[in-house]
Design a protein around this ligand. Structure first.
Ligand SMILES: Nc1ncnc2c1ncn2[C@@H]1O[C@H](COP(=O)(O)OP(=O)(O)O)[C@@H](O)[C@H]1O
Ligand SMILES: Nc1ccn([C@@H]2O[C@H](COP(=O)(O)OP(=O)(O)O)[C@@H](O)[C@H]2O)c(=O)n1
Length: 210
């Protein structure tokens, strides 16, 4: 079984993907980490993510070991840089096979990102598009950052989320959008437990329909 979970930053897709994978006994791939790892490799080598040569080289050299240092990959600056490298079609095609190979291993997997239901796994057994208002998402991300010791201003976090949303939805290749057959799940007024229960119901409904 393959479950695709897409949505904008801090909508809760990673939290849901982890719990859904445990619930259904599946492996999970956070595909955002791939783009974050490409961006981090460019930044660490003193390169420029706006330079197509730099980001394409980093994408071609990417290996699974680069996904291990999650704390470093989750730094806010890396998320911003990731959305810049992710708009490059050559970067996207360099990481496509890794995602499809991961999903193809039995018994299947949960993948979360921006284009799982539309491009990476268009034949997924169940697709969720997880959203929440920009304000709710910024508040969640801000709380997470403060818990991690950051003194970022809430309005700055909201501005960053809006900028990333705009870049991710407007790019020419694999823009963030719900697949036609995705279930929409708005978590603005749902806590983590309620969102998880709603997600399991939607996925179980998709299974019953197959
Ligand atoms: N439904 C929810 N209500 C409140 N907080 C949530 C909810 N879902 C996730 N969170 C919190 O919001 C933050 C971002 O969630 P995460 O799953 O990492 O989002 P994404 O993977 O979409 O970026 C985390 O700190 C997480 O604990
Ligand atoms: N399948 C994916 C996953 C992430 N991305 C890009 O990678 C960036 C970081 O993704 P992420 O999922 O780690 O970000 P958060 O939602 O956790 O903040 C996004 O802003 C997207 O630009 C993508 O283009 N396609």
């Amino acid at each position: 079984m393959i479950i695709a979970i897409d949505g904008p930053a801090a909508s809760g897709k990673g939290t849901l993907a982890k719990r859904i994978a445990a619930h259904f006994g599946l492996r999970r791939l956070d595909t955002g980490l791939l783009y974050r790892a490409v961006a981090r490799a460019v930044l660490e080598s003193g390169g420029d993510v706006e330079d197509p040569g730099h980001r394409r080289d980093a994408a071609k050299r990417l290996d699974a070991a680069a996904l291990r240092d999650e704390a470093a990959l989750r730094q806010p600056g890396v998320g911003e840089a990731a959305s810049i490298v992710a708009a490059d079609p050559e970067v996207r095609s360099a990481v496509l096979a890794f995602q499809r190979d991961f999903a193809a291993v039995p018994p299947g997997a949960v993948l979360d990102g921006r284009d799982i239901g539309t491009v990476v796994c268009p034949c997924a057994d169940a697709k969720l598009f997880v959203t929440a208002s920009a304000e709710a998402r910024a508040e969640r991300r801000w709380r997470e950052m403060v818990a991690g010791g950051s003194d970022a201003a809430p309005e700055q976090v909201l501005a960053d989320i809006r900028r990333r949303d705009a870049r991710d939805t407007s790019r020419a290749v694999s823009p963030l959008r719900p697949a036609d057959d995705a279930h929409l799940l708005d978590t603005t007024d749902l806590d983590i437990e309620a969102a998880f229960r709603a997600a399991v119901d939607l996925i179980s409904g998709s299974q019953a329909a197959i």
